[in-house]
Design a protein around this ligand. Structure first.
Ligand code: PLP
Length: 386
């Protein structure tokens, strides 16, 4: 363990560093489902790869160290991580989610767990005073994102965790947009962190994976049980790819966020742009809180074009920036939350929380920033109705 090292160094050497047997600098891909036992009850500690696999274990030790938790868990997707964490709760329990959570998180609660008797309610988690009054005896956890998807709404994570502690309930944070390089919720008082590692942690749009980290041993033991019991584990090859992605997270995010800051300022002064959402802009909601709890504003920007600009033509006009679901890859990606990532949220709820039909979500890549700006500019010009 390298507890005293800086996060940039932990990204490369954290968890299990290389292979002791051969000196290989990378943890090998243990592409195996089972392990030979030398006699009844005599094994090497590895028995079956759903329960444990050395490549996955290296990734799990790495994310635990990066987030500062007791143990980490790797899953086949971000939704598998979230679903496994939600399996900690029981019939009759209720979870409070923030109003801008990822569409899939809303969907699994609304369409799957709800039927099993785990209910949810949607609250504005940026209003701590109001949130405190919403904790009835059946509420067992807060599930929050900061900045939240897709309006980049900032929630005071330490504030939410303090309310949770007062009521004896859990705080779960989806840290996908920030990653432990920019924000560490467990240090702010949260109990569980979940990730779609498909995004920045993997970083190359080449894998689907999820991670969860528990701060305390007790919850970690329950998650280990659930991970093995429900079985949505990450395979050895994808575990290797994710470890590889995490090694460059620091340098990638430095460039991602440098580009995002430039582009947010550019969009803010653009005559065609009605509104920019980016927690790194001093005018943004939650700017001061984000500054306190995260290294910077991250690399996700949302914006709305003014009346007179056609959104379909805008997307058609992009040449470099790709129209696609997902985020956090080295390439710049845009999406239309109302019809893509948040389509599973009913229109009335969507509009109420500000996910309008004109909203564009932008995952700023690490290309040369002038090239990105030029592409944006050309697409905005093409979108202008005459
Ligand atoms: C993508 C995403 C998820 C879901 O992760 P998958 O890997 O797609 O299952 C959850 N939360 C956030 C914030 C995401 O962006």
């Amino acid at each position: 363990m390298s507890a005293s090292k800086h996060i940039e160094t932990k990204l490369i050497h954290g968890g299990i560093d290389g292979d002791k047997v051969t000196g290989a600098v990378n943890v090998p891909i243990y592409q195996t489902s089972t392990y030979r036992q030398s006699g009844l009850g005599e094994n090497t500690g590895w028995e079956y790869s759903r329960t444990g696999n050395p490549t996955r274990a290296a990734l799990e030790a790495l994310i635990a160290e990066l987030e500062g938790g007791a143990a980490g868990f790797a899953f086949a997707s971000g939704m598998a991580a979230t679903s496994t964490v939600l399996s900690l709760f029981h019939q009759g329990d209720r979870i409070i989610i923030s109003s801008n959570v990822y569409g899939g998180t809303f969907r699994v609660l609304d369409k799957v767990f709800n039927h099993l008797g785990l209910s949810y309610s949607i609250e504005d988690t940026t209003d701590l005073e109001a949130l405190d009054t919403k904790v009835t005896p059946d509420v067992k956890a807060f599930f929050v994102e900061s900045p939240a998807n897709p309006l980049l709404t900032v929630t005071d994570l330490a504030g939410v965790a303090a309310i949770a502690k007062k009521h004896g309930i859990l705080t779960i944070v989806d840290n996908t947009f920030m990653t432990p390089y920019l924000q560490r919720p467990l240090e702010l008082g949260a109990d569980i962190v979940v990730h779609s590692a498909t995004k920045y942690l993997g970083g190359h749009s080449d894998l689907v994976a999820g991670l969860a980290v528990a701060k305390d041993k007790g919850i970690a033991e329950k998650l280990a049980y659930l991970q093995n019991a429900t079985g949505a584990v990450l395979g050895p090859f994808d575990s290797f790819l994710l470890i590889r992605g995490i090694k460059t997270l620091g340098v990638r995010l430095d460039r991602h966020t440098e580009n995002a800051e430039r582009i947010a300022h550019y969009l803010e002064q653009h005559e065609a742009v009605k509104r920019v959402y980016y927690p790194g802009l001093p005018a943004a909601q939650g700017y001061e809180i984000n500054k306190k709890q995260a290294k910077n504003g991250g690399a996700m920007i949302s914006f709305e074009l003014r009346e007179g600009y056609n959104i379909k033509k805008f997307f058609k006009g992009l040449k470099l920036i790709l129209l696609a679901e997902s985020l956090g890859g080295v390439e710049s990606l845009v999406c239309h939350p109302a019809t893509m990532t948040h389509a599973s949220i009913p229109k009335d709820i969507r509009e109420k929380v500000g996910i309008t039909d004109g909203l564009i979500r932008f995952s700023v890549g690490i290309e040369q920033v002038e090239d990105i700006i030029q592409d944006l500019n050309a697409a905005i010009s093409a979108a202008k109705e005459v």
